[in-house]
Design a protein around this ligand. Structure first.
Ligand code: EPU
Length: 420
């Protein structure tokens, strides 16, 4: 197992290239299941979660090849229709094969994902929507089995906003006879990226990016080529890296339009942000100001940037509140930030952060993907040495993070940790 050793205190300077978005790439890859033939994707990030998704697609019969950074997925022969427990338990996004399998084969068997570090994360909304579309759902032996023999378009009103739920149902609906209307749909940019790809495949989708998506089912789709959108969460994390180290970072391929509220909040905290085409320059203040945030589905403040923003607030001037409304257990980074000296009090879904002038390095433990990023950021700003263990979480969702940080002037090393 690897760990990161960070000697904090260097202001970060220079340019960084933002990678393709994990949360866009995963549904795009499963969408390749919808049509026989080869779909191709550029800008797929090199991440553990992408490898897990490739293992799942291979299990289903997809042939995988890579050429000059482009990923080719050939879905001529789908020989299995199940997502086994071993893959789903390591990566919840495995449930994203359910919609395409039901669309293409009218049948899917997916292991029910168990709980997760950040919350219970059930898939009841995915299943309710499929039932409304004429599918029969049975649960047995830890698996959910979907019989889509009578799959048809329907008017689905989601009880709550769900990103992968919206994506799954969109992918079933594109091959369902009739019209499907999804109300209270997720508006995340990754949903729009998927809709754009499905449209290239021949699907008929209107309204992606709004809370009402209308899909006219078609009889068949054809494979297509697509370039995955850049990762807004990675971009936001590097923007905070500039702010928290009082640095000056220019981001290339930054999806700034997907970060409107985040950008406003970072400016409020004192960062100077210049936007020029798809380059974004962020200059951090000498010391940030306290700014309160509440997470919410798009266009609200992304829950996937909450932990990183909290790291910034730990050394801001004044007191901020951070309210997490999406996941019930997404403050796991707080006890670790305490170890660096942060002053944070939690009351249910509310964290009160009293800014201190300086964090101090300490050994800490990563608990989930975004919590890891928050601890890296805190370590970059802290006085002294921070050792971050369990960075396999980080490797799930950040491409070459420490190499990118090193090029920006961070003093950060990945070393082998002795087994604990
Ligand atoms: N929910 C239900 N029932 C459902 C589905 C969701 O109660 O059937 C609840 C969840 O428990 C949660 C809320 O609804 O409280 C929102 O969950 P959502 O379904 O939107 O989350 P997700 O689709 O499982 C995606 C991202 C997450 C990101 C969330 C919220 C992917 C692969 N994952 O998860 O990304 O936090 O949307 O924006 O797209 C990450 O990248 O670190 C990450 C966790």
């Amino acid at each position: 197992m690897d760990k990161l050793i960070i000697h904090g205190g260097n202001p970060l300077h220079g340019e960084v290239q933002i990678s393709g978005a994990k949360n866009a790439a995963q549904p795009l890859m499963t969408a390749a299941l919808l049509a026989p033939g080869t779909s191709s994707f550029a800008n797929i990030p090199n991440l553990r979660d992408i490898d897990t998704m490739l293992a799942l697609l291979k299990h289903l019969g997809v042939t995988v090849s890579r050429e000059n950074g482009t990923l080719h997925l050939s879905a001529d022969n789908i020989r299995a229709d199940d997502a086994p427990y071993d893959l789903v338990r390591t990566m919840r996004a495995s449930v994203l094969v359910m919609g395409p399998l039901v669309g293409r084969l009218r049948h899917a068997k997916v292991s029910l994902p168990g709980g997760c570090a950040i919350g219970a994360r059930p898939i009841n909304l995915h299943l309710k929507a499929l039932e409304q579309m004429g599918c029969t759902i049975t649960l047995h032996d830890g698996y959910v089995e979907v019989d889509g023999t009578h799959l048809q378009g329907a008017h689905v009103v989601f009880d709550g906003v769900t990103v992968t739920g919206t994506e799954n149902i969109m992918m079933a609906a594109v091959l369902a006879p009739g019209t499907t209307i999804l109300d209270h749909a997720a508006r995340e940019p990754e949903v729009v990226d998927l809709a754009n790809f499905l449209t290239r495949m021949g699907a008929n989708i209107k309204g992606a990016g709004t809370d009402r998506i209308e899909i006219q089912g078609v009889a068949s789709l054809t494979p297509a080529s697509y370039e995955v959108m850049p990762d807004r969460i990675e971009a936001g994390t590097f923007m905070i890296a500039a702010a928290i180290t009082s640095g000056d970072i220019t981001l290339r391929s930054c999806p700034i339009d997907a970060l409107t509220l985040f950008t406003a909040k970072l400016r409020e905290a004192g960062a100077i942000i210049d936007i020029d085409a798809n380059k974004v320059r962020v200059r951090g203040p000498r010391r940030s100001k306290a700014v309160s945030i509440t997470t919410a589905p798009q266009p609200g403040f992304a829950t996937d940037l909450q932990a990183q923003f909290m790291a910034l607030m730990t050394i801001a001037e004044g007191t901020s509140t951070i309210t997490e409304t999406i996941f019930e257990n997404r403050f796991m980074h707080v006890p670790e930030l305490h170890r660096l000296g942060a002053n944070i009090t939690i009351d249910g879904s509310l964290a009160i952060v009293r800014g201190i002038p300086q964090l101090t390095g300490a050994p800490v433990m990563a608990t989930d993907l975004r919590a890891s990023a928050s601890l890296v950021l805190a370590g970059l700003a802290a006085h002294g040495t921070t050792e971050l263990r369990r960075i396999y979480h980080l490797d799930r969702g950040y491409e070459a993070m420490e190499q990118k940080l090193k090029r920006l002037g961070a003093n950060i090393e990945r070393v082998r940790d002795k087994p604990s």
